[in-house]
Design a protein around this ligand. Sequence first.
Ligand code: NAP
Length: 307
Amino acid sequence: MENVIIIGSGPAGFTAALYAARAELSPLVITGNTLGGQLSLTSEIENFPGFPQGLGGQELMDLMRQQAERFGARVEYDLVEEVNLSRHPFWLKTQSTTYEAKALIITTGSSPRLLNIPGEAEFFGRGVSTCATCDGFFYKDRVVAVVGGGDSAMEEGIFLTRFAQKVYIIHRRDKLRASQIMQSRAMKNEKITFIWDTIVTEVLGEEGKGVQGLRLKNVKSGEESTLAVDGFFIAIGHVPNTKLFEGQLELDEHGYIVTDRRQHTSVPGVFAGGDVQDPIFRQAITAAGTGCAAAMEAEKFIRELED
Ligand code: NAP
């Protein structure tokens, strides 16, 4: 029987592990497929307080893991496949074993929604990105394209104009979903050109050279064309990783776990932190903050069980 199992190993998960370990709960972290979460895929982190020179995403996650382990957190490189939250202790099945736990902290994060088109996976990290904040810097004086018509696409596009000489925003309709203020900021920006009613059907590139262009299709005329770009940013929303919890925890209309201000979910003893319950901020530091709060509340829950 575990005291507390933390599902997910991003900044929320390892911060929860650090706090639970220091509370002498000997927490178990089940990493999921991506040890370190989305941050570990990020090249350079310049906005995590305490690192004035910045550091690599992988490096930051290694440090967080080491810090949690130093106080007794255990890390299992495994994937949770099934949970039962309707009984207590909670029950979990992973790829290799089953567990019971008095408390659970869910920090499974979210994943950028992808287009699933040819070339996207092949050139991911070599010209295809889902994070302008992380990778925009590499496109100084280059030409880039962003796909999407929401606030994220506007934000990414505007951010990229700091570096790139030209930014195309490609949207599948002729009307943006983004808020008025973000739309007008993007439209006023001279470096941004909109391509309307258009979908991206293929990412074009060459082995060793990365992305060189996009194949486009106008959805109204059916006309196909190619666009030369050096970078391609996908900003069509995020999908919270909550499939495991459907029907067991309250989720909002977009699938995010609903938590209160103390990171409690709809099931007592189950807490959540980080992007899996945050459609708004999605920052490493806010994820770490909610992970910390979730662990403090989990400790309180376990102590009350023992009283
Ligand atoms: P979003 O609002 O859901 O917008 C996603 C965009 O991607 C939509 O324009 C959608 O097109 C397009 N899209 C979705 N699937 C696509 C596909 N397969 N191919 C091509 N295009 C596709 O997502 P978001 O922009 O990430 O924003 C999420 C939430 O965070 C929103 O509530 C937003 O307001 C908020 N947010 C706010 C800010 C800010 O205020 N600064 C910044 C970022 C995010 P359609 O329009 O045709 O559906």
